[in-house]
Design a protein around this ligand. Sequence first.
Ligand code: SF4
Length: 397
Amino acid sequence: MPLPLEVPPIEDEVTLARYPFLPQSAPWIQKLTHKEGIDIDMLIDSDFMEDSRRRGRLRLIESIANEGGVDAMAMRDIHTPEGRLLEAISFTYARMVACACEQDIILSKWAQAEAERAERLLTADTATIEKVAMTYLSEVRKKDEALIGDGAVKGGVVWEIGMTDFIELVPGITGPRWRLANQELKRGWITLNEEVNYSSQAKLARLLRQRIKDKILNDARMKTENFNDELILRLSEATTMVVGLLQHKSDENLELTGAQVDDWPPCMKKAIAELDQGVNVNHFGRLFLASMASTIGLPPENCVEFFHNAPDFNSETTAYQVSHVYDREYTPAGCAKLKLNARCAVQPGEDRLCDQPWMDHPLKYLRAKQRSRIRYDEGEEKKNESADDNSESRDGS
Ligand code: SF4
């Protein structure tokens, strides 16, 4: 389904600065830069723009570090003209640098992080979500209040979206909640019903995130085509930093995804063993286990299996909760928090690695184990090779 041909007008500058990717924001940013006399030279080189460049770099760093998107709360006060300028220009600068990196994966990560930030803001932004939804969805409306069942909504709004939009957006979203068969569908409209921990507005924001990401990505790809060598060269300091960070992150992920069961830290093994024995592991322990499984690249189905013998196991609920953790890419808790929540598995003297003064995170444990295993395997390989050489020379003699 094509996007709406006409988008609703948005005049409020705070909204335009908060969501700088909106098509309505582009003419406003253009007017703003014209008024302030900001051109490309100034944006790249002038001291006056250093704050905007710093915030722009931060937007990119956060998107690559991928700790759940660009920090929505780290905005300057956008109720001031300076704050609005900073938000708008930092977005423009971040996009410029992302385009100049000439790597689609960087554009994609940046678009994803900006879209996640937008989702978090829209979940709470009752004043703006309707206009944003009308910008990105062909069919969206508030459900007629007379049709909302008793107790289904307490003063909130229940949203409905057209089935075609829904079908286009959900393939990228995991969890049974988003399957078409589980929807309330009437005359081509799907109701985004309220749930205890998931409001109708939050569901609409989640769907919008998909469309926002696609739009940010497509816009950036189109802009990349206009980049010439000179501009790419002038942005090389920032692009080198971003590409280097991505490389470092990929190496880390590669290392982690190669983890074997023997490398897993005792706290992770303890959570798995307890769940297996039907022990009711606390919420902290469950979240820790799912975030470790996600970080080391275990398929979500394997993670769901860890919970199979839990006293309250329900395959659908667990699959949904696990997919939530995987979607958000939570960072696993460190040793201090695990100890505080009774999830550390060892006492002093029980595990040589856990006793190390530098041991403050289970992922460090895992990496240290991996390194020593790889060193051991390489040593064994060399021993075998020299044993083979010796036997060959004996046979030949
Ligand atoms: S010291 Fe850290 S890594 Fe070791 S078991 Fe405790 S929490 Fe896990």
